[in-house]
Design a protein around this ligand. Structure first.
Ligand SMILES: Cc1ncc(COP(=O)(O)O)c(C=O)c1O
Length: 396
C-alpha cells in the first residue's frame, strides 16, 4: 500500500529540485546526501557577493546567519538563543562531553551500537576516571528496559543517537527525556540520522543537548552542524574552544573584555562558515516548506514497500519491525553469507545499475528521502532479485 501524503505532481516538483535523480536512484541519505538546487543557489549567491563585494556586505551576511539560526531552532522546537553553528556532529558532542566538567567515577550511558561520533568524545574521558556503560542491542532494538538497572547515583549523562546508523532503530526520544528528567540526568541526542526526516521538539521531549550535521537527512552541505543547548544549561557548559567570537562584544577587538555570550553563541569561537550556513539555511527552508511530518510519512511509506519486498525475497532484516521504532533506514543481509561477500557484491551490482546504497555493520543499508519514489524502490527490489538469480545460476 502506498501511504505517501504527496501527490504525484508534488513529487515531480520536488524531484526537479534534485538533479541527482537524473543520474542515480539515490538511497543513501544515512550516508552522505546530495544537495538540492536551492542549496547550491544559496551558496552560489553568497559566493557571488564575496566575489564582487567582499566583506563590504558583512553586516548582511551576519543578519542572514541570525535568520538561519532562527530557522534551525524552528526545525527542532528550540529558541535561536539555544543554537550554535558547529563544524559537525562530532564537534557538538565533543563540546558537551568536554564542557560538562564530569568528575572521576561519574557515569555516562551510551548504547552498544553507537557511531564513533558518540563514542570517542566519551572514551576520551575514561582516562579521567569517567565510567561508560552501554545499553545492550538485541535484534535491532536498544533494550531500554535495561536502562533502569544501569542508572546509579553517579549517572550524569545519557547520550544516544536518535536513530541507530546500523539497524535504523528510532529512539523513543520523549520516553528517554522523561526518564532523564525524573533521574536528573543530562540527555544528549546525536540527531544526525533523523533531523530533517522525522519531527522533533527538543523542549517537549526534554532533550538537553542535540548535535547534527547537515549532510544527511537535512540535505545540506557537509561540515556544517547545529548544536542545541537547553537555555538554562548554557552557563553550565564550560566552552573548551575560545576566540574573539565567544564574547558579548566580539567586534570590540581593541578592548579586551572577557565576558562570554550568555547564549549558545559562546560555543562559536571564531569566524562563521558563512558559505555553508547559507547552504544549510536553504536546505532547512525546503524541509520546512514541504513539512517534516509529511516527509516522515512519505519515507515510512517507501520503507513499508521495501521491507515487504525484501521479506518476500527471503532476506534477513536487521531492523525492528515495531512501527514505534521505524526510521528512514532499512538494513538487510543474506541468510547465509559469512564474510559478507555476497552483500558486498550486491552493493557493487546495485552501484553498476546507478543505485546508491551502502554496507554498514554487516548489512546493506537503504535510506530513502522525500524525493524518492515507490518506482525507485521497486527498481531496487527488481535488481536485488536479479542479483539473487545471477548468484543462483553461478552456484548451479
Ligand atoms: C549516528 C551518527 N552520528 C554522527 C555521524 C557523523 O558525524 P559528523 O557529523 O561529525 O561527521 C554519523 C555519520 O555516519 C552517524 O551515523
Amino acid at each position: 500500500v502506498n501511504n505517501t501524503p504527496f501527490t504525484e505532481a508534488e513529487i515531480r516538483n520536488y524531484r526537479a529540485l534534485f538533479p541527482v535523480t537524473k543520474n542515480w536512484i539515490y538511497l543513501n541519505h544515512a550516508g552522505v546526501a546530495p544537495i538540492s538546487s536551492p542549496v547550491l543557489e544559496a551558496i552560489h549567491k553568497v559566493g557571488q557577493e564575496a566575489l564582487h563585494h567582499g566583506y563590504t556586505v558583512g553586516a548582511h551576511w551576519r543578519d542572514k546567519v541570525e535568520e538561519i539560526r532562527k530557522q534551525s531552532a524552528k526545525l527542532m522546537g528550540a529558541k535561536a538563543d539555544e543554537i550554535a553553528f558547529v563544524k559537525n556532529t562530532s564537534h557538538g558532542v565533543s563540546l558537551i562531553a568536554q564542557g560538562l566538567n564530569l568528575q572521576p567515577k561519574d557515569e555516562v550511558i551510551l548504547s552498544e551500537a553507537e557511531f564513533p561520533t558518540n563514542l570517542y568524545p566519551w572514551m576520551a574521558l575514561e582516562k579521567k576516571g569517567i565510567v561508560l556503560k552501554k545499553i545492550p542491542v538485541r535484534r535491532g532494538e536498544l533494550k531500554l528496559e535495561a536502562l533502569e538497572k544501569l542508572v546509579t547515583r553517579k549517572t550524569k549523562v545519557i547520550s544516544l543517537s536518535s536513530v541507530q546508523y546500523g539497524n535504523g532503530f528510532k529512539l523513543p526520544v520523549e520516553e528517554i527525556g522523561q526518564f532523564c528528567t525524573k533521574h536528573k540526568i543530562y540527555f544528549l541526542l546525536d540527531a544526525i540520522q533523523s533531523l530533517g526526516a522525522f519531527p522533533i521538539d527538543v523542549a517537549k521531549a526534554h532533550v538537553d543537548f542535540l548535535s547534527a550535521d547537515a549532510h544527511k537527512w537535512l540535505l545540506g552541505p557537509e561540515g556544517i552542524g547545529i548544536l542545541y543547548v537547553r537555555k538554562n544549561l548554557i552557563q553550565n557548559i564550560e566552552p573548551v574552544l575560545l576566540g574573539w567570537h565567544s564574547v558579548v562584544k566580539p567586534f570590540y577587538f581593541d578592548q579586551i573584555h572577557f565576558s562570554l555570550h550568555h547564549n549558545a553563541k559562546r560555543f562559536e569561537e571564531g569566524s562563521p562558515n558563512t558559505f555553508s550556513i547559507y547552504g544549510l539555511g536553504a536546505a532547512i527552508d525546503l524541509l520546512l516548506e514541504v513539512g517534516v511530518e509529511r516527509i516522515a510519512r512519505h519515507i515510512l511509506s517507501l520503507t513499508d514497500t521495501l521491507i515487504d519486498g525484501l521479506q518476500k525475497l527471503g532476506l534477513v532484516l536487521a531492523n525492528s519491525l515495531n512501527p514505534k521504532f521505524r526510521s528512514g533506514i532499512v538494513a538487510f543481509r543474506f541468510p547465509e553469507d559469512p564474510q559478507e561477500k555476497r552483500l558486498n557484491a550486491l552493493e557493487r551490482h546495485l552501484f553498476s545499475k546507478e543505485i546508491f546504497v551502502t554496507v554498514r555493520r554487516r548489512n546493506l543499508r537503504v535510506s530513502p528521502h522525500f524525493y524518492n519514489t515507490e518506482q525507485e524502490i521497486e527498481i531496487l527490489l527488481k535488481e536485488v532479485k536479479n542479483f539473487l538469480k545471477i548468484a543462483q545460476t553461478r552456484v548451479n
